[in-house]
Design a protein around this ligand. Structure first.
Ligand code: G1P
Ligand code: ZN
Length: 543
């Protein structure tokens, strides 16, 4: 094979410690930009020679261009084989499974998750390691360092691979196998869930709508929910992945999946509604007349997981990101299993999962998953819900209410202030941190403070510490306010304020969430001076 070495100039563009690149498409289209990142990555992966690399993405604009570049560079950099999803498609959890299932060296996942796509939208590249999870900081920091000094990249002169044709093709002597993106993943799901019970539930008239948001889960949900499980045709809507997601924002929240939400709250609601995001790792779950918050969903799935064959022996532990509500903690306590609180971001769950310390993990941002892969998994969460509904033969609302009656309810909401000035946002956080030690001992708004810190995580598996992960103010009654800046926004800064209030099992569970949290919302504004410092009198998004 003739390897070309092409001169290039370094880019200083990646934040150290982030698990990949996420930028505007136009940013990625700068000459040699993609090549610089991929070469910096390949240079940081000793032992890749003759190994297998998995490549796939969520089908967004620029997906196929980058796949062809990555394949040629993989050949020039000594990989032995590439597995690529047909049509360039692999969901994030699907890619995680393929990496693990075929014992690959690692994989490139092309996606900007729930961010909009199209020529003016966002694009992203991230690397997952052999365990199927996002690359550890040791690798991402090496890639960043390399990207500052790189002066050349390696590629080969070969025609594009035909991504529509399954089977093996050759690129300068390296085998490229185009694989069915769904089949292996569907087979895995069949080992975890009672497909017969769910099939029976659909056969007896259970109705569902799954909104794939013109993103990657379309083909997965069609094959599994309509195909294997026999839900009626048309159960999965917006099922064809489109480069611009049909102009939508593939974020399954109450703003962007409003149509589904309205349907589920209306008179013609089916029994169950669900959606997933751009790359298939997030989930939205709504019962008839009942939205389930991701924090509650995590707790309910953990409490009922044993009803699915894959978890019949029980779960060994639960992990949640720090801003996620403590609903799951109450389940762990009752089950007598380990509970871990980690920083925001799925990568922090990897060590706990690899070490067998936890089975189920989740984040308030609609990410839930288990030890079956090393990413959060939208469709997995939906299938576990279906399995639970099929076994318990109850509606979503009934199950949620019974959960609250047993464990209590954690009223919970997140208030986002998007695209605020970065300088002002950083100053707000710095000043807030500085004020923590001098918060009045008597408490705030009549609530006694039991915790006021900037969260630091000590990984119990590898001993590493991650500090400055968000300001927590915890009160004696179980209420909590958390402040942190988003690490994924692409314009300005996003301040996230997380609010939580606990209501005991025999308390009032039917209040409006924003009402129930009203005094905490006011407290958050006064303690962090949000209005004064951001110039905003209301959040951009409330979830
Ligand atoms: C957001 C979510 C976080 C999630 C991440 C990637 O990050 O809050 O839970 O892991 O997206 O999907 P943030 O923008 O808050 O840094
Ligand atoms: Zn995602």
């Amino acid at each position: 094979m003739t390897v070309k070495t092409i001169a290039t100039t370094p880019y200083d563009d990646q934040k150290p410690g982030t698990s990949g690149l996420r930028k505007r498409v136009t940013h990625f289209q700068q000459p040699n930009y993609v090549e610089n990142f991929i070469q910096s990555l390949f240079d940081s992966l000793p032992g890749k020679e003759n190994m297998t690399l998995v490549i796939g993405g969520d089908g967004r604009y620029f997906n196929d261009t980058v796949i062809q570049i990555a394949i040629r560079m993989a050949a020039a950099n000594g990989f032995g084989r590439v597995l690529v999803g047909q049509g360039g498609i692999l969901s994030t959890p699907g890619a995680s499974h393929i990496i693990r299932h075929y014992g690959a060296f690692g994989g490139l996942i092309l996606s900007a998750s729930h961010n909009p796509g199209g020529p003016d939208g966002d694009f992203g590249i991230k690397y997952n390691a052999a365990n199927g999870g996002p690359a550890p900081e040791r690798i991402t920091d090496a890639v960043h360092a390399r990207s500052l000094v790189i002066t050349e990249y390696k590629s080969v002169d070969t025609p594009d691979i035909d991504l529509t044709r399954k089977g093996i093709q050759s690129v300068a002597g390296m085998a490229v196998e185009v694989i069915d993106p769904v089949a292996d993943y569907a087979a895995l799901m069949e080992t975890l869930f009672d497909f017969d019970a769910i099939r029976e539930m659909f056969a007896s008239g259970f109705r569902m709508r799954f909104d794939a948001m013109h993103a990657v889960t379309g083909p997965y949900a069609k094959a599994i929910i309509e195909g294997h499980l026999g839900a009626g045709e048309g159960t999965v809507v917006n099922a064809v992945p489109l480069p611009d997601f049909g102009g939508g924002h593939p974020d399954p929240n109450l703003v962007h999946a409003k149509e589904l939400y309205d349907l589920m709250m209306g008179p013609d609601a089916p029994d169950f509604g669900a959606a997933s995001d751009g790359d298939g790792d997030r989930n939205l779950v709504i019962g008839r007349g009942r939205f389930v918050t991701p924090s509650d969903s995590l707790a309910i799935l953990a409490a009922n997981a044993h009803l699915a064959p894959g978890y019949a022996r029980g779960i060994v532990g639960i992990a949640r990101s720090m801003p996620t509500s403590a609903a799951a903690d109450r389940v762990a306590e009752k089950l007598g299993i380990e509970m871990h609180e980690t920083p925001t971001g799925w990568k922090f769950f990897g060590n706990l999962l690899d070490a067998g310390r936890v089975t189920i993990c989740g984040e308030e941002s609609a990410g839930t998953g288990s030890d079956h892969v090393r990413e959060k998994d939208g469709l997995w969460a939906v299938l576990l819900w279906l399995n639970i509904l099929a076994v318990r033969k109850q509606g979503v609302d009934e199950i949620v209410r019974e959960h609250w009656a047993r464990f209590g309810r954690n009223y919970y909401s997140r208030h986002d202030y998007e695209e605020i000035d970065s300088g002002a946002a950083n100053l707000l956080m710095d000043d807030l941190r500085a004020r923590l030690p001098s918060l009045p001992a008597s408490g705030l708004g009549g609530r006694e403070i039991v915790l006021a810190d900037d969260f630091a995580y000590h990984d119990p598996v590898d001993g590493s510490t991650s500090s400055a992960q968000g300001v927590r103010i915890g009160f004696a009654d179980g209420s909590r306010i958390v402040f942190r800046l988003s690490g994924t926004g692409t314009v300005g800064a996003t301040l996230r304020v997380y609010l939580e209030r606990y209501e005991a099992p025999d308390g009032a569970h039917d209040r409006d969430t924003q009402d129930a949290l009203a005094d905490l919302i006011a407290l958050a504004d006064s303690v962090a001076e949000i209005g004064a410092r951001t110039g905003r009198d209301a959040p951009t998004v409330i979830t």
